[in-house]
Every structure is written in C-alpha cells, then in structure tokens.
Design a binder for this molecule. Structure first.
Ligand code: HAM
Length: 431
C-alpha cells in the first residue's frame, strides 16, 4: 500500500506560496504589536490538561482537545488556545515586572474541529494580551484590534467589532431575572448559539429556560439592545446597585477615541470560554457571504487565581490566520503571492563573465539585496523566460562585449527600462 501524500485532515502543508502569505500576515501583526509596545513571547506546544480543565469551558475540553498520555502517564494536551499559557507565564513573573505587561504571540494551535471554511484543526492564532491596566487595557486592546485590521487595508464598511460585557449580562441574569446558576448557564449557551439556530428552536428553548412571560419580556428587552445609548438607558433604569459604571465609562472612551465607527454593542456576544469576566468581543466580517468571526477576546480578571496568585486583570484577543485570510480574499485585500519576490536576477552569457557575475551577486547580497544567480552561461531568451516565473525587480545580464568595456546593463523588468553603468560606479552607488 502506498502512503498518502496528503497532510493529516485539517492541517496544511505550507508550500512556499502559502508560506509567503503566512509571513506577510505575521509580519503585519508583529509590526502593529511592536508599534503598541507589545513584546513577543512563546510557550510550549504541550501543556498539562489541568491548565484547561480549570477555566477554558466544556466545548474546548469535551470536544476539541487533542490529548494523550505521556510515558509518565500524565495527560498532556496540544495547546488549543494560548490564554491559559500566557496566564501561567504571567503568574510566574508579575510580581517582579513593571505593569502593564503587554505581550503578543503567534502560536500554532490544534483543535479537533470539523474542517470547514474558516476553521481547521491546526491553525496559527495571533494573541495580544495586556495585564494590570484596568479599563485602559480594554480600550487599548480594542484600539490594537482595529489597528491590525486597518494595517491589512480593511475599512469600517468591511469589518466590525461586536462587544458585550459579561458583568452586565450577569447583572441582567442574576439580579433582574433572578436566575440560578444552572439557568444562567443555559441562557448563556442559548445566546451564544442564537445566530446559528433557527428562530423557532431559539424561542422554544427560551420558553423552557424562562417559564414566565414577564421574564421573557425582560429578556427580549435585553436582546433588543443594539447601541451604546440603549444599553446606557437600560442600565440607568435599573436600581443603583445594579449600575455597571465601568461599562458606561468604556462606552464613553470608545466614543471619544472615535472607535465607535468600528465598534457596536451586540447582546448575543457572550463567548464560549469560561474565564471571561467583563468585556467580551468578536471581530466580524461584514460581507454577507463571509459573515463569520475573524477574532475573539475579552477581559479575564480571575485567571491568575488558578495558580494561587493575587487577581491581576488580563484582557486580550486571538485572531486566526485562516478566517483572516478568508476576510482578505473576500475583500480583495490579499496581495499576490503566486511568485517569489527578489531584487535582482544576475545572468552571464559566456564562461568568461562567470567570475564577475559571482562577484556582483556577492556584492549585492552584502548590501542586503535578494539576489539569484542564473547558473551556467546561457542565452538571453532563456533568462527572460525564467525571469517571468518569478517577480524580480532588476535583471543584469553580463555579455562578453559589456564585460570588456566594463559596463553593466541593469534592466528594470516592470518597465523594461535599461540603465547602463560602469561596474565600479554601480557597485559604489549601492547603499
Ligand atoms: P477563540 O474565540 O476560541 O478565543 O478563538 C479566537 C479566534 O481564533 C477565532 O475568532 C478564530 O479567528 C481563530 N480560531 C479559533 N478556532 C479556529 C480554528 N479551528 N481554525 C482557525 N481559526 C480558529 C480564544 O482562543 C481566546 N483564547 C482568545 C483570547 C486571547 N482571549 C483573550 N486573549
């Protein structure tokens, strides 16, 4: 039986064209992170299962993790997300370092999912998290998320950030609807899947969780909230002990920083992960044919406590390169990576020019250019054919005559424009 050449289901082989795209995406994400002074970090691929049992949530644990017993009979997990790892790392050092702590990473993660558009089993996920910055951290994380989308050329008509706040939802569920933990949990789950199930099913499930009309009405009032001002009015209509002032302050800051053209309130955003305690958000593609989440995140106040540490609020988000690529493709924002890019192609037409060709190649590389040398003496036609397969900016073809006259012909391939220079002048002109 011959072996399959295909990679494991839901994973990809990154051939150079896909790698060029991946590098482009990672470079943009890193650049914007560095502009916000986030520092890169990384963690191990494997973690103890306990790390996720503590607070990651049922779906991730029961349905999505890859786990195995190691030789010491410990249950080990291939990381399905980065937040527990970053919390574990911050728990080791937060006492000694200046706060806020701003970190980013682009790890590969694995989740046992049904591979489909936007979702694979192995994917890379950009993570940015800030610790110890309170509400300013929340604002900055939203700013960072917007800046990353803008850096890819996206505009406000193409994406939106939908926000909600778990504390606010909790106030509505516990203090207004007076639900017990079990019912609250069911209602959270129902909200989380509202957009994915038929309305009839949603209404039926709602009626089994909230049995009286009055509660259903209040719940509908909540799910009809669609703007910061409506939420503000709703909160202000509650008794003062239920006023969630931090959320109102966040709305004001979002508005004053002109982020509100990108950020909308959405009562159905609650997020599936258990550790979120305040702000929760998802970035959505606005295109009707690609209406899905590109990123998700939120604030988690208590994650460090699982390591017996003092609370230190973290807030952050994860953005997968798979849904981001779909977004860029949908909106025509993905540069063409079909051909490798280089600065120079150097070729020579006879043996006598070989040494000079090697020398020029070497000099250009020393000056940080990306240079390919066409091996063996060749004919111009062959060189031109080859040059078309790649994206070279310049071609230098060295012939016998030019070599004798100490001349170089530097052809800009996009315009076919040719500059003729003395070899020495050309090399001296390199910066
Ligand atoms: P999450 O919502 O599970 O959050 O994932 C965040 C993003 O990762 C998704 O919006 C999507 O872009 C990408 N993603 C998730 N699953 C897949 C998949 N199977 N294939 C491709 N992309 C995927 C978290 O993971 C949180 N730990 C994020 C976070 C960081 N919260 C605070 N800091």
């Amino acid at each position: 039986m011959s072996l399959s050449k295909k990679p494991y289901r839901g994973t990809r082989d990154f051939f150079p064209d896909l790698m060029r795209l991946r590098n482009f995406i990672f470079q943009k994400m890193s650049l914007v992170s560095e502009q916000f002074c986030y520092e890169p970090y990384d963690g191990p691929l494997l973690e103890d299962i306990e790390l996720y049992l503590a607070k990651s949530g049922e779906e991730l644990i029961n349905e999505q993790i890859y786990s195995f017993q190691d030789r010491g009979e410990r249950t080990v997990v291939i990381r399905p997300e980065m937040t527990p790892t970053v919390a574990r790392m911050v728990a080791q050092i937060h006492r000694e370092v200046a706060k806020p702590i701003r970190w980013y990473a682009i790890p590969n993660l694995m989740r046992y999912e049904k591979p489909q558009r936007g979702r694979l089993r192995e994917f890379w996920q950009y993570n940015a998290d800030i610790f110890g910055a309170g509400i300013y951290g929340q604002v900055e994380i939203l700013q960072l998320a917007v800046s990353i989308m803008l850096a890819f050329g996206a505009n406000k008509d193409q994406f939106e950030i939908l926000v909600n706040d778990r504390k606010f939802v909790d106030i509505v569920f516990s203090n207004v609807l007076k639900l017990n933990d079990e019912k609250k949990n069911l209602l959270y789950k129902l909200l989380d899947k509202k957009s994915k199930i038929p309305d009839e099913k949603y209404q039926n499930e709602l009626a089994t969780i909230l049995q009286d009309k009055e509660s259903i009405n209040i719940f509908h009032q909540y799910t009809n909230l669609s703007s910061f001002s409506e939420v503000t009015n709703f909160i202000e209509s509650l008794p003062p002990e239920n006023h969630h002032l931090e959320l109102l302050t966040l709305f004001k800051k979002i508005e004053s920083l002109k982020l509100s053209e990108f950020i909308k309130y959405d009562p159905t955003i609650v997020r599936g992960l258990d550790y979120y305690t305040g702000l929760v958000f998802e970035i959505f593609d606005k295109h009707p044919e690609n209406r899905r989440a590109i990123a998700g995140g939120g604030a988690y106040a208590n994650l460090l406590q699982i390591f017996d540490e003092q609370p230190l609020e973290g807030v952050g988000f994860g953005m997968g390169e798979v849904p981001l690529t779909d977004f860029l493709t949908t909106h025509n924002l993905k540069p063409d990576f079909s051909k490798p890019k280089a600065d120079y192609l150097i070729a020579y037409l006879d043996d006598s020019a070989e040494e000079l060709a090697f020398y020029i190649t070497d000099q250009l590389r020393l000056h940080n250019s990306r240079v390919e040398l066409f091996f063996e003496p060749t004919k111009p036609k062959k060189v031109f054919n080859y040059a078309e397969k790649k994206d070279f900016e310049f071609l230098i073809m060295i012939g016998e005559e030019d070599q004798k006259n100490d001349l170089l012909r530097i052809k800009k391939l996009s315009t076919r424009e040719e500059t003729i220079k003395k070899t020495k002048d050309f090399l001296e002109g390199l910066i």
